[in-house]
Design a protein around this ligand. Structure first.
Ligand SMILES: NC(=O)c1ccc[n+]([C@@H]2O[C@H](COP(=O)([O-])OP(=O)(O)OC[C@H]3O[C@@H](n4cnc5c(N)ncnc54)[C@H](O)[C@@H]3O)[C@@H](O)[C@H]2O)c1
Ligand SMILES: [Zn+2]
Ligand SMILES: [Zn+2]
Length: 394
């Protein structure tokens, strides 16, 4: 089959690789019809290279048609239409029972002390082949895939794999009081969707921050009060306080993560990681603070006292310095983590109807063939051509 593979820093290629096969009796093989490119894939493209090997298949936002089922699969059949959550979670362990699928004890990557395995996401997360490919092997065929109806286009359902549950969890963890205020840092797919969900669920004011004009425009068109980071820079916290009676917003979502604009010192560290041989780079990442923290620091600054910071952006350093004095003094609540995808699906599915309250049908800015994947990664990283969300079609 054809698959998009990682080859090195800023180097992904579509190659011919062996087709996946059923290995366990509950496996299914899915013929992929749509597969998203995520901001998390950009971390693989740039910073997390030491944890990848040339040839690793990327992609964790796929959907498609069940092609084959293992002998013990009863929940889906060949021909069913399914979305695949990005956590590889068993659906039956202590963690899955509590809705913490990102911590699944059956697939935790203990060698690296990591939570549940993820599709297409580095050795830290199990080096599981991903879904930017023609076919994908999906374990736990009775509990993991989400069966969706025939009819509407893939765009209606594909974001159940990641964007929707991640944004939903970000809003849930932000715990905005009814009619309250929220700042969303980063208006990529995750921040944009989180802002939409927060407004849909009754937030009074949603402020969105980014530095890419078309992303700001896109959010503004849906009722978000946008602030351009380039205009405010270090004055961003004051700008947010000016809009909220001098207090800051009740909650802040960090939908930026480790490659934030504005963190020059750590940018040098990330650059060094990119240049070192893999084992040395891994040591540096595991012992040093390599994250560009400007978004997280801005969140701590602009949240009101007693408010909540909800982090969905991915961070990767082991000893990043945080302003604990300020965090303690402001009595901040901090929640974070990979999305527990399967957990939020029942709450979200009723919104994926023709009325389309979250605007999923028009959410993708680009639909491209898998063969154009390498170009799409480059364009997405550079934030050119109005690209916010790309769906690849194998
Ligand atoms: N927790 C999870 O389960 C989960 C799932 C999916 C994605 N993520 C993470 O969420 C983050 C966002 O993902 P995405 O797909 O929207 O990616 P993205 O890269 O498209 O979006 C990030 C946005 O942040 C903006 N930005 C950069 N620096 C900023 C700053 N200092 N202040 C405000 N905005 C800034 C960028 O211009 C960009 O628009 C990434 O870190 C990704 O890895 C986490
Ligand atoms: Zn993703
Ligand atoms: Zn589990």
């Amino acid at each position: 089959m054809r698959a998009l593979t990682w080859q090195g820093r800023r180097d992904v290629r579509v190659e011919t690789v062996p087709d996946p096969v059923v290995q366990d009796p509950t496996d299914i093989i899915v013929r992929i019809t749509s597969s998203g490119i995520c901001g998390s894939d950009l971390h693989l493209y740039e910073v997390l290279g030491p944890y990848l090997e040339p040839g690793d298949i990327l992609g964790h936002e796929p959907m498609g048609i069940v092609e084959e089922t293992g002998p013990e699969v009863t929940a889906v059949r060949r021909g069913d239409r399914v979305v695949v959550p990005f956590n590889v979670s068993c659906g039956a362990c202590f963690m899955c029972d509590q809705g913490l699928q990102s911590q699944c004890e059956t697939t935790q990557v203990r060698k690296y002390g990591s939570g549940a395995a993820l599709f297409g996401y580095t050795k830290l997360y199990g080096q599981v082949p991903g879904g930017q490919a023609e076919f994908l092997r999906v374990p736990f065929g009775n509990t993991l895939p989400v069966k969706v109806p025939e009819g509407p286009p893939d765009d209606r359902f594909v974001y159940l794999s990641d964007v929707l549950p991640t944004a939903w969890q970000a809003v849930e963890y932000a715990a905005v009081p009814p009619g309250g205020s929220l700042t969303v840092l980063g208006l990529g797919p995750i921040g944009d969707m989180a802002a939409r969900i927060a407004l849909h669920r009754g937030a009074g004011t949603v402020i969105g921050v980014d530095l890419v004009p078309d992303r700001l425009r896109r959010a503004a068109a849906r009722g978000v009060r946008v602030l351009d980071l380039r205009e405010y820079g270090k004055g961003l916290g004051d700008a947010v306080r000016d809009l909220t009676d001098g207090r800051g917003t009740d909650a802040v979502i960090d939908a930026v993560g480790m490659e934030a604009h504005g963190g020059q010192v750590a940018k040098a560290g990330q650059w060094a990681v990119g240049k070192l041989p893999d084992p040395a780079a891994r040591v540096l990442m595991e012992r040093a603070g390599i994250d560009r923290l400007s978004a997280l620091l801005a969140a701590v600054d602009m949240v009101r006292r007693g408010g909540t910071v909800s982090v969905s952006g991915v961070y990767g350093g082991a000893v990043d310095p945080l302003p604990l004095l300020k965090m303690f003094d402001k009595q901040i609540q901090l929640r974070m983590g990979q999305a527990n995808v399967r957990h939020w699906v029942p709450a979200i599915l009723p919104l994926l109807v023709d009325e389309d309250p979250l605007g999923v049908d028009g959410f993708a800015t680009h639909h491209l063939p898998l063969a154009d994947g390498p170009k799409a990664y480059e364009t997405f990283q550079l934030k050119e051509d109005g690209m916010v969300k790309t769906l690849l079609t194998p």
